[in-house]
Design a protein around this ligand. Structure first.
Ligand code: C2E
Ligand code: MG
Ligand code: MG
Length: 718
């Protein structure tokens, strides 16, 4: 734009210069024309002067009929010099020979004629030719009016480098008192120098500046000029003067305001250009920002789902075979939901940011690292080397699985990866991601913190899971769900209570483990209805059982739900059961953090008379803080520690530590999953107070317990 403006300005200036020059040139041409005419007028006037001196009867009498040099001195040589500035005068006889010469008003030697002779000779034929054809003047008495046309010719001559006007005039009678004696009359020659005096009067008359005579060789293009040619037609001198330049003059006068105006225009244009470019820059920047925002996640600043899909589509289009394959990795934090649910969203965000940073660092060779949403990230790697891609996957797990220290405390993190190696053309981005996601699910299923490679059977599994979810939805509230109760005992194997465990007897698939369908119910939101069903059933079936504690498992999702305690209260009241006979089992991670609903639900349950047991102790984010904060009544040591007993010193020491800790806080320690007498001995020695496991009793339906309970109770009492 600036270039365009400058170009237009330049063009304008060039055009102005061109026009001014044209204007000046035209003016100069007009002046030259004027000077040419003026010079002709001056020459004519000079001729006229000479003519008045030699065209009368006296001139015929004194130059032709007889020759009187004195008369010639007075009337020609002296007169022309003194009054009209002629430098030389001559008289030629009828035979064209010089008979009289005068220089600067004085009679002179005839030899002074020589320099002008050639020029004069060139004029004579013209004069004589006219003389031959002129009307013969005759005597006409009484009539004093013979008006005879002058017979004259003039020419420029260059003598000693100085230009002269040489004019030849035929001597003629006027009244015819005296007539030439022969057919040819004398001719008067007058020579006038084109000198300073003549130029000055000429310049004054035509208002010319610096009028000078120059040699035609020394002309300047800028000057106005009139070329003066001699008899041969060659320019021998030039009149030159400083021509008027109206264009330039106009420009000079207009220059200042014009430049001012141009300056202002330029400044204005500059301002407009600057403003325009600032606006353009802003626009470009804001477009870039918008584009960045549209394609990036605001929390982690990683590319987002939209970007990933585009990038993945691009990568997949390039796939032709194993050489040009793309590895798609879905990376998901293990148990992120728990952190988010328990430590709060800010802690979750901090964790995601830390994870994004670690991913970025670990995957420098990746084609793209994006956040798909939640705690799900995707890493793309264009590579034909599947093994190398798997190595990257394992490196990611190592990099991410480092404790995160944030203002919310130390958070243990780990991640799982689903890996799909796309080496065939024609796979859609959504399909590739679905594959990686299925592999991810497998990683999670088998405990997390690992890379699983997609295999076609996973597709089958996923369909199965989805199918199961549909069936779960339909089964809730039906006969398919029932409760079984597993007893727990004290150190002397006296019955202390039962843990209520949910069972799903699928009409086709048979018994399905709660560890399969409970997470499914949690994920799909069905857990609230399912949990309600459990509470109703348990209270209903067990309210008559006296002297035993019934433990009910409650999911973190239930505990976090607003009004959960009120729901329990309602069901309890409807069933007529006594809260003091029940224990709510929650996993320790459900109590982490400061979720207000969880806190108030626990408080309300405790106030109602429920005891609180911490389930699966030692497997989650064990926080001693939680034990005290919620004044937990019971700790249940997870089966895995019990199973590990005897295998090494570790688990014994751990169990002892937990027991000591619980004793200090006045809590009961229960060991779960006791299967052998050896384990029993170990646990007894470690100081466990209660025991649950197949060694002591398997879960049984309420009906079976109803039958056995009186006997058991009396055995315990004994
Ligand atoms: P949990 O609360 O830790 O329950 C104990 C699990 O250990 C039960 O598995 C029980 O059958 C099993 N078990 C007991 N003694 C032994 C033993 O000697 N050896 C072995 N290997 N296992 C033993 P189950 O019934 O499959 O339940 C699994 C998990 O499902 C439970 O773990 C609990 O977290 C959840 N769950 C069960 N019922 C419910 C329910 O009504 N509501 C909720 N929210 N979760 C439930
Ligand atoms: Mg339990
Ligand atoms: Mg347990």
């Amino acid at each position: 734009m600036a270039g365009l403006a400058a170009g237009a300005l330049g063009l304008l200036v060039l055009l102005s210069i061109f026009l001014i020059q044209r204007f000046d040139r035209a003016a100069t041409e007009r002046e030259e024309h004027m000077v040419e005419n003026g010079f002709a007028v001056v020459t004519a006037e000079l001729n006229r002067v000479v003519a008045t001196q030699v065209e009368w009867d006296g001139a015929i009498a004194n130059l032709d009929n007889r020759f009187d040099p004195n008369w010639a001195d007075f009337n020609i040589g002296n007169y022309l010099h003194v009054f009209h500035g002629f430098s030389h005068a001559y008289v030629l006889g009828p035979d064209d020979r010089v008979i009289y010469a005068s220089a600067r008003g004085e009679r002179a030697d005839l030899a002074t004629y020589a320099p002008f002779e050639a020029t004069v000779r060139s004029l004579l034929p013209e004069v004589r030719a006219q003389e031959r054809v002129r009307p013969k003047p005759g005597k006409r008495p009484g009539k004093n009016n013979i008006v005879i046309p002058s017979i004259q010719a003039s020419r420029i001559a260059l003598v000693d480098g100085r230009p002269f006007i040489v004019s030849a005039t035929l001597v003629q009678p006027d009244f015819g008192e005296d007539l030439p004696k022969g057919p040819r009359a004398p001719i008067a020659i007058a020579v006038k120098p084109i000198d300073q005096a003549m130029l000055k009067s000429f310049a004054d008359r035509y208002m010319l500046d610096d009028l000078v005579v120059r040699s035609p060789a020394a002309l300047s293009a800028a000057d106005g000029k009139l070329l003066l040619s001699d008899r041969s037609g060659e320019p021998v001198a030039a009149l030159t003067w400083a021509p008027q330049r109206p264009g330039t003059m106009l420009l000079r006068q207009l220059a200042a305001p014009l430049f001012l105006l141009l300056g202002m225009l330029a400044a204005l244009a500059w301002r407009v250009i600057q403003r325009g470019s600032a606006i353009a820059t802003d626009l470009i920047a804001s477009e870039a920002r918008a584009k960045h925002a549209a394609f990036h996640d605001s929390l982690t600043r990683l590319p987002n789902r939209a970007y990933l899909f585009e990038r993945l589509a691009q990568s997949l289009r390039r796939v032709e075979g194993p050489e040009t394959a793309v590895a798609v990795m879905c990376v998901d934090l293990d148990r992120f939901k728990e952190v988010n649910d328990t430590l709060g969203h800010n802690a979750g965000d901090a964790l995601l940011e830390a994870m994004a940073e670690r991913l970025r660092l670990a995957c420098s060779e990746a084609t793209c690292v994006a956040r798909l949403g939640g705690d799900e990230f995707v890493v793309l790697l264009e590579t034909g080397d599947e093994a190398a891609a798997l190595v990257l996957g394992r490196r990611i797990i190592r990099a991410v699985s480092e404790r995160v220290v944030s203002e919310y405390g130390k958070i243990e993190v780990a991640c799982s990866i689903g890996f799909a190696f796309i080496d065939q053309p024609g796979i859609e981005p959504s399909e590739a991601l679905r594959w990686a996601d299925m592999a991810l699910y497998r990683s999670k299923e088998i405990g997390g913190r690992r890379v699983s490679r997609f295999t076609p059977d996973m597709d089958q599994d996923l369909r199965h899971r989805l199918q199961l979810e549909v069936e779960l939805r339909e089964a809730i509230g039906s006969e398919q769900f029932s409760m079984v109760y597993q007893p727990h005992f004290d150190r002397r194997r006296n019955l202390k209570g039962y843990e209520a465990l949910l069972r799903w007897n699928h009409p086709v698939r048979g018994a399905i483990s709660p560890s399969v369908f409970v997470p499914l119910a949690e994920d799909s939101g069905l857990i609230m209805v399912l949990g309600e069903h459990v509470l109703r059933q348990v209270f209903e079936e067990t309210r008559q059982w006296r002297g035993v504690k019934i433990a009910i498992n409650v999911s973190a999702v239930q505990l976090r739900a607003r009004g959960f305690a009120a729901q329990v209260m309602r069901i309890l009241a409807a069933s007529g059961a006594d809260a003091r006979s029940y224990e709510i089992e929650v996993t320790e991670t459900a109590l982490l953090g400061d979720d207000q609903e969880t806190i108030s639900n626990i408080d309300a349950l405790k106030r109602m008379g429920f005891a609180i047991a911490l389930d699966d102790f030692g497997t989650g984010f064990s926080s001693l803080n939680v034990l005290q904060r919620f004044s937990v009544d019971k700790i249940k040591i997870d089966c895995s520690f019990v199973a590990a007993l005897g295998a090494g010193r570790g688990s014994e020491a751990l169990i002892e530590a937990i027991v000591n800790l619980a004793r200090g806080l006045d809590m009961i320690v229960v060991a779960e999953g006791v299967e052998t007498e050896a384990q029993w001995d170990h646990l007894l020695k470690a100081g466990c107070r209660q025991f649950q496991g197949h060694l002591l009793g398997r879960p049984e339906p309420a009906a079976a317990i109803n039958r056995a309970l009186p006997a058991l109770r009396s055995a315990s009492a004994a």
